[in-house]
Write a protein that binds this ligand. Structure first.
Ligand SMILES: *[C@@H]1O[C@H](CO)[C@@H](O)[C@H](O)[C@H]1NC(C)=O
Ligand SMILES: *[C@@H]1O[C@H](CO)[C@@H](O)[C@H](O)[C@H]1NC(C)=O
Ligand SMILES: *[C@@H]1O[C@H](CO)[C@@H](O)[C@H](O)[C@H]1NC(C)=O
Ligand SMILES: *[C@@H]1O[C@H](CO)[C@@H](O)[C@H](O)[C@H]1NC(C)=O
Length: 397
């Protein structure tokens, strides 16, 4: 153990809650899970970038990380199994798909653009239920399928980087059609995996299966009807795109009206299979956006990014890679965010809203997709220059 590390461990005087005014673990109901998240690609990338083989060294880090989780007082750790790879753990909450489509399926039939993915995803899910289902009690079929569909196929900013030339700098793609096809195939893949789990594995393995959708909270920019309608449409296009079908068996009405024939239909059988296909709903939320009516929209250059006719403007984000390690460890704004958040969460629990757990993103600083290592979301700091040594930030303490 490094000297600094020992130092930071020594200042780890108390649990997460001791520093949060008036909040303690016992305020939450029995069984409420506290955890932190990660994803296979993002963590592995951090290790590979250091030229570390996925072997002995990463095993050392795995054991170290589990000890760190226990020290922080987490019950559960949310991570994804990479479809193209497979690790041991603490109460696992497994994500089956976190954006890393196998290259072979991308080459064979364009991955999620093809309905063929549904059967392959089914087989992959079955393999995981069979192999790990005796130990895994929480399965997430897809992590942020809405981000994957829109950024992979409308803006082209994440893999596979497809978009229309009028939206971004992509070689291939159609931002007005592909995101909707991909989302449709994801919903069918999800529902097929849930059906399989329920029919064949759930009774004996006694786990739960769900999906995790991300969304900003959309705040009307002005106190006008137009702004509040825009906020509601923006929620439909981000969250409702997946939440509405898994709840009611079809896309939100606003999407049907605005996207028209570009939005695929569910057959009656598919709709029944998709409806209710979840034991829990995971929601990833990071920040909020102001929403207002969009002033410009093209009827020629159709795109998922403009179909909602909403103009979203951002709040500023608090993450900065040029901070010194002391600045980063003293992450007071993040601490305040979690404080305020957990007190609201407690209010929801007291109002008998059935919230089962809270996973912080992320457990470690990670490789943030197209932004590389420029953001530090971890509650634990990774010193990239020094053998990936971990330091707990104030939020972890
Ligand atoms: C677009 O992509 C090409 C090929 O990757 C690259 O050379 C070019 O600089 C990019 N243009 C912009 C404006 O990002
Ligand atoms: C979906 O069904 C509606 C109503 O039957 C039809 O008008 C529309 O063309 C269909 N859309 C697609 C993409 O097939
Ligand atoms: C969105 O809002 C910003 C700031 O209010 C404005 O500058 C921009 O032109 C708007 N864009 C669209 C597409 O409405
Ligand atoms: C990041 O922090 C540095 C040093 O505190 C500051 O100069 C810079 O403006 C910050 N960047 C952003 C995007 O906040």
């Amino acid at each position: 153990m490094e000297i600094h590390q020992l130092f930071f461990y020594l200042v780890a005087l108390s649990y997460f809650f001791a520093s949060i005014e008036g909040l303690s673990r016992s305020d939450f109901p029995d069984g409420f899970v506290f955890g932190a998240g990660s994803s296979a690609y993002q963590e592995l990338h951090t290790r590979m970038a250091k030229g570390l083989a996925y072997g002995i060294l990463s095993l050392r880090h795995t054991q170290e990380d589990i000890a760190l989780m226990k020290e922080i007082g987490l019950d559960s750790f949310r991570f994804s199994i990479s479809w193209s790879r497979v690790l041991p753990s603490i109460q696992p909450c497994i994500t089956l798909f976190h954006w890393d489509t196998p290259q072979a399926l991308e080459d064979e039939y364009d991955g999620f653009l093809s309905i063929d993915i549904v059967n392959d995803y089914h087989d992959y899910a079955e393999f995981c239920f069979k192999e790990f289902g005796d130990r895994v009690k929480l399965w997430t079929t897809f992590n942020e399928p809405n981000t994957f569909s829109s950024e992979g196929y409308a803006t082209g900013t994440i893999a596979p980087g497809r978009c229309s030339s009028y939206v971004g700098n992509c070689t291939f793609g159609n931002s007005g059609i592909e995101p909707y096809m991909v989302a449709h195939h994801i919903l069918l893949s999800h529902a097929t995996a849930v059906k399989l789990y329920r029919e064949k594995y759930q009774a004996s393995q006694m786990g739960e299966i769900g999906i995790t959708i991300s969304t900003f909270w959309m705040v009307p920019k002005y106190q006008t009807i137009a702004s509040s309608k825009a906020a509601s449409r923006a929620l439909d296009f981000a969250f409702g795109w997946f939440a509405h079908p898994v709840t009611y068996g079809d896309y939100p009405k606003s999407m049907r009206a605005l996207v028209g024939n570009r939005l695929p239909n569910f057959t009656v059988i598919q709709s029944k299979m998709v409806k209710g296909s979840l034991d829990f709903l995971g929601v990833n939320y990071y920040t909020a956006r102001y929403a207002d009516d969009s002033t410009s929209s093209s009827s020629v250059h159709l795109s998922y990014t403009t179909d909602s006719h909403v103009n979203l403007t951002r709040f500023s984000d608090v993450n900065n890679n040029s901070w010194t390690i002391q600045d980063a460890l003293n992450d007071r704004l993040r601490l305040k965010y979690h404080q305020l958040h957990l007190s609201s969460r407690l209010k929801a629990t007291r109002a008998r809203i059935n919230v089962k757990g809270y996973y912080v993103w992320s457990f470690l600083d990670d490789f943030e997709w197209e932004s590389g290592y420029t953001y530090r979301f971890g509650i634990n700091y990774i010193y990239y220059k020094n053998g990936l040594t971990r330091y707990m930030k104030h939020t972890a303490l």
